[in-house]
Ligand binder design. Sequence first.
Ligand code: 4NP
Length: 169
Amino acid sequence: MSDNGPYRILCVCLGNICRSPTAEVVLRHIVEASKLNIMVDSAGTSNYHIGEAPDERSQRYAQKRGYELSSLCGRQLITRDFIKFDLILAMDAQNLEQINRLKKVAEAEFGINALKAKIAMMTAHDQSQQNVAIADPYYGEGRGFEHVLDQCESASHAWVNYFQKHHIG
Ligand code: 4NP
């Protein structure tokens, strides 16, 4: 385990094609604007969309706000992520449950002391939507994708305020 390098955050949803890639890019944008030494990645709890680019609707609605998702590639959460990352952010309660389930596997594989990732909801520090789910837009309409962006922007600002207050990154 090393304390060198940036603070590492992994955003996690089900498919890694809608919510978590959006959260990744929005959080990275706000972290960079705040000059924090933090890297951001994303993954899905499922294997449904491994190797795929983000959902075309997520890309399009994000692009309208200046966020570029096109180069991202879907991947599944793996046990090593609990060693590599400092913070794993769940988009909803089901994601949180799956993350905690895989954490048990990681503990058995690497030993409890090897794991460093804290686990929280994406909205954990956002007073306007505290611990509320980032709503899954996959089966809905365009408005759902706008709502994901609104939620991710608000939640990311709250996390950056938290990091600044606690001298993280
Ligand atoms: P995401 O959205 O978890 O925000 O990436 C979904 C993507 C795919 C599916 C469900 C949700 N799916 O059932 O394939």
